[in-house]
Design a protein around this ligand. Structure first.
Ligand SMILES: [Zn+2]
Length: 418
């Protein structure tokens, strides 16, 4: 419906152009001026709308223009330029200002030295110079600005203000940087403990200068002692004793620690002075073959059979040993090596064998049917000393076995391995 009418208008215009030439030229001028105005408004509007996108692109250009203008200024004054490996970093008004900047760069690493250490040397790894130069007036910079540039390696500082519910991981994700970098960029903060409103650096700073510090540190070091073994033929095999207690020695160590911007890169021992030598631990081991009749310190079960009565209170009386039920004639063995101190009848024990093991222990074997050893005889561990019987006060054939340690009855079950 509309198209035909538009075409009609067009045709009419063409007609007017040929016929009313002057009127049209005037219209054209007004049109052009209007269009130009619209165009410029649009371009301004577009800057306003896509501000974020344009900013990044415009910034370096604007800076470049400024630098160009500055460079072309003919108003030159004396300045002091700090250069790193021949590259100018910035110019300051006075030599003192430039020197102070370098002092400030070194300062944090002097303050962070370890306790008990002295900084012996501080220098820059790079070739750092202050050069007097005729510089354009506008090139002179503030010392704070130059210090920040040297320490951070960038003029840019981008930060993020923490919002509720955010943490390092969500922030790192948001800006597409690694959590590690975020931690490095915020060394003074605890990654586990940030709060809404905290300002987080988003740029990992790379200082332009490396401050090399050489620290001398002194400390006392413990020197370990060695273990030495001596052999003694008068002592039995498996016997050992400590002859000399080991005492660690002490030394005074001087170390040189090299750090780059506070991070340790090398450590060397410069001097080690012995204060006291360690005293070696000396143990003596026996070599003499142990006679079989000498107690080994562990008991073997004196006879095979089941325990028919335990150690302790029984029928209102103390049972001073254990009863091992076995057939009459079952062999009874010495629980350990020792000397027979009793062999014969003894009241309610019936036929009794008592062995003193020479190490504080005495064992007794009661109710025997036959005794194979004599008083004073040396016996070895496991040697048959008697046979099971039911002599003395018994209700049936069994071995009554007692263990006495330094005169006190013990529970034999605690000494017998099963
Ligand atoms: Zn008994």
């Amino acid at each position: 419906m509309e198209e035909p009418s538009n075409k009609e208008v067009h045709k009419k215009n063409q007609f007017k152009f040929s016929k009313f030439k002057y009127k049209f030229v005037l219209t054209l001028i007004i049109f052009t001026v209007t269009m130009f105005k619209i165009k410029s408004i649009e371009s301004w509007a577009s800057i306003g709308n896509s501000h974020e996108e344009e900013k990044e692109n415009l910034k370096p250009i604007t800076l470049e223009i400024k630098e160009n203008i500055r460079a072309k200024m003919t108003f030159l004054i004396n300045g002091y330029t700090i250069s790193i490996d021949g590259k100018d970093i910035g110019t300051l008004k006075t030599k003192k200002e430039a020197e102070d900047v370098l002092i400030e760069v070194k300062k944090p690493f002097l303050d962070s030295k370890e306790e008990d250490s002295n900084i012996e040397e501080v220098n820059f790894l790079q070739d750092v110079k202050i050069v007097k130069k005729l510089s354009p007036f506008f090139a002179i910079k503030d010392s704070k600005e130059i210090l920040s540039l040297i320490q951070k390696g960038t003029k840019e500082v981008e930060t993020h203000v923490v919002e509720p519910g955010e943490n390092y991981w969500t922030i790192a994700d948001k800006y597409n940087i690694s959590v590690d970098d975020l931690i490095k960029a915020n060394t003074e903060k605890d990654p586990e403990n940030i709060h809404p409103g905290d300002e987080i650096n988003l740029i990992v700073f790379k200082p332009l200068m490396t401050v090399k510090t050489t620290e001398k540190t002194e400390y006392e070091n413990e020197i370990e002692y060695d273990l030495k073994v001596e052999y003694d033929e008068t002592m039995y095999k498996n016997e050992k004793k400590v002859k000399t207690k080991g005492i660690p020695g002490k030394s005074r160590v001087v170390e040189k620690v090299i750090k780059h911007n506070g991070v340790e890169v090398d450590r060397q021992i410069v001097k080690e002075e012995i204060i006291s030598k360690p005293i070696d631990k000396l143990i003596v081991k026996g070599t003499k073959q142990r006679p079989l009749t000498v107690a080994t310190g562990s008991f073997t079960t004196p006879t095979r059979g089941s325990i028919s009565s335990r150690f302790g209170q029984r029928w209102g009386r103390m049972h001073k040993g254990i009863d091992i039920a076995a057939k009459v004639g079952t062999p009874i063995k010495a629980a350990d090596g020792g000397t027979v101190t009793y062999s014969g009848n003894r009241g309610s024990y019936g036929k009794l064998v008592e062995i003193n093991h020479g190490n504080g222990y005495v064992t007794r074997y009661g109710h025997c049917s036959k005794i194979h050893v004599n008083n004073g005889e040396k016996v070895h561990r496991g040697q048959i000393v008697a046979l099971v019987g039911n002599t003395g006060r018994t209700t049936g054939p069994h071995l009554h076995f007692e263990v006495i340690k330094n005169g006190v009855h013990q529970n034999p079950s605690n000494y017998l391995s099963r």
